[in-house]
Design a protein around this ligand. Structure first.
Ligand code: PHE
Length: 351
C-alpha cells in the first residue's frame, strides 16, 4: 500500500506540473483529494489493515495528503499572481501621471475682437454679422461703388463662380465689412436708430509682409436723426479711452470712399510712445499717430439703396483693421505670425 501511495504522489506531481490554469488545478484536486479521489480511496482501504500497519500507513497517508494540499494551494496562489501581473501589464506604467487634457487658448485676434465687442457693447452698439461669400450687389453696388471702380478689379478681389444652375449673380469673398452696413439697414426689423458694429474676416488679393489675403475688420454704423461727424469723433474718443484705459486723441484726415461723404482716414494718438525711452517709438515710428482705418458720413446714395430717407436720417460709418490692433495690443512683430497657426506662438496667449 505504501508503494501505491508513493505512486499516487508521483502521479500527482507529474500532473501538477502540466496544470496551467485554475480549472485544471481544481480537477486535479478532485482527482486526488475529492470524495472519489485516489488518495481518499486509499485511506478507505485502511480499515482492512492491522493496527500497526494502519498506524504507519496512516502517518504516511497524512503526510502525502498534506503535501498534495499544500502543493495545490501553492500553485493556486502562483496562478492568481500570474493573472494579476498579466492584468497589470496591460497598462504601461501605473505610476505614470495621467495625461493632461490639452486646453486650447484663444487666438490673439479672438481676444482683440472680444475686447472690442465688449467696449462697443457698453457704448450701446449691437454686434452684427454677415457672410464671407457676399453678393457683389452688397459688397459694391449698394455701397455706391461704381462698376468701373478699381476695387472691382480681379487684381483686388476674389470672385466666386456661382454653382451650376444658380443664377449668374456676382459673388465675391467680401473685400470689407461694409456690406454688413447694407444688410443691417435693409433688415426691416431694424429701422433707425441703428447702432451696430460688425467684426469679421475680409479678403483681398494682397500678400506681403504687412498684407495678408485674409484679414479682419470691424465695421461701425450709427444712423439716426441729426447724427453728425461730431458724433463720430466723440464715439471714437470714447472708444479709445475705454479700450486703452486712458484718453487718447483722435484725428480725422480728409479721404475718399464712395460710400461716405465726407470721408476720412482716422488716426489715434499712439498709446505706446512713452515706451520710446528717448529713442523713436517703434510702434508709430515716431509719427505719434496710429492709423485706424476709414470713416465718414453715410452717403445719401447708400441710404437710397437700402430704402432709408436721407432727408430724415444721417449716419456715420467706420471700418478699421483689427489685425493691426491685436498686433499693437500684444506686441506681435509680424502680421503673418497671426495666420501661420504655429502653436508655439499661439500658446503665448493663454487667457
Ligand atoms: N470699407 C472701407 C475699407 O475697407 C473702410 C470704411 C468703412 C471707410 C466705413 C469708410 C466707412 O477700406
Amino acid at each position: 500500500m505504501i508503494d501505491r501511495l508513493l505512486q499516487e504522489q508521483a502521479a500527482f506531481e507529474a500532473a501538477l506540473s502540466a496544470v496551467d490554469d485554475e480549472d485544471g488545478l481544481y480537477r486535479l484536486q478532485v482527482a486526488f483529494l475529492g470524495k472519489k479521489g485516489s488518495i481518499t480511496g486509499l485511506s478507505k482501504q485502511m480499515g482492512a489493515l492491522s493496527p500497526a500497519e494502519r498506524k504507519s500507513l496512516g502517518a504516511e497517508l497524512n503526510r502525502v495528503k498534506d503535501a498534495i494540499a499544500a502543493a495545490i494551494e501553492g500553485r493556486r496562489v502562483a496562478l492568481l499572481d500570474a493573472a494579476r501581473s498579466r492584468d497589470l501589464a496591460r497598462v504601461e506604467d501605473l505610476t505614470m501621471p495621467p495625461l493632461q487634457a490639452p486646453i486650447g487658448t484663444l487666438h490673439p485676434l479672438t481676444l482683440a475682437r472680444r475686447a472690442l465687442e465688449k467696449t462697443f457693447r457698453r457704448m450701446g452698439f449691437d454686434v452684427a454679422e454677415g457672410p464671407h461669400v457676399e453678393h457683389g450687389a452688397y459688397n459694391f453696388d449698394a455701397l455706391n461703388i461704381a462698376a468701373n471702380h478699381p476695387a472691382r478689379d480681379m487684381q483686388d478681389t476674389f470672385f466666386v463662380r456661382p454653382r451650376a444652375g444658380q443664377p449668374p449673380t456676382e459673388l465675391v469673398l467680401r473685400t470689407h465689412t461694409s456690406p454688413v452696413q447694407v444688410r443691417t439697414m435693409l433688415d426691416g426689423g431694424r429701422p433707425p436708430p441703428i447702432r451696430v458694429i460688425a467684426p469679421g474676416t475680409v479678403f483681398r488679393v494682397d500678400d506681403d509682409a504687412t498684407h495678408s489675403p485674409m484679414f479682419h475688420q470691424i465695421e461701425g454704423l450709427y444712423v439716426d436723426r441729426g447724427v453728425t461727424m461730431a458724433d463720430l469723433k466723440a464715439t471714437l474718443l470714447q472708444f479709445t479711452s475705454a479700450f486703452f484705459g486712458r484718453s487718447l486723441a483722435v484725428r480725422l484726415r480728409p479721404s475718399y470712399f464712395p460710400f461716405v461723404e465726407p470721408g476720412a482716414e482716422c488716426d489715434m494718438q499712439c498709446p505706446f510712445c512713452q515706451r520710446a525711452r528717448g529713442g523713436v517709438c517703434a510702434v508709430c515710428k515716431g509719427s505719434g499717430w496710429i492709423e485706424l482705418g476709414g470713416a465718414g458720413m453715410v452717403h445719401p446714395a447708400v441710404f437710397e439703396a437700402v430704402g432709408i430717407d436721407p432727408e430724415i436720417y444721417t449716419g456715420w460709418a467706420f471700418g478699421f483693421g483689427i489685425d493691426r490692433m491685436a498686433m499693437l495690443m500684444y506686441e506681435i512683430p509680424d502680421l503673418r505670425l497671426m495666420f501661420d497657426g504655429d502653436v508655439r506662438f499661439l500658446r503665448g496667449f493663454a487667457g
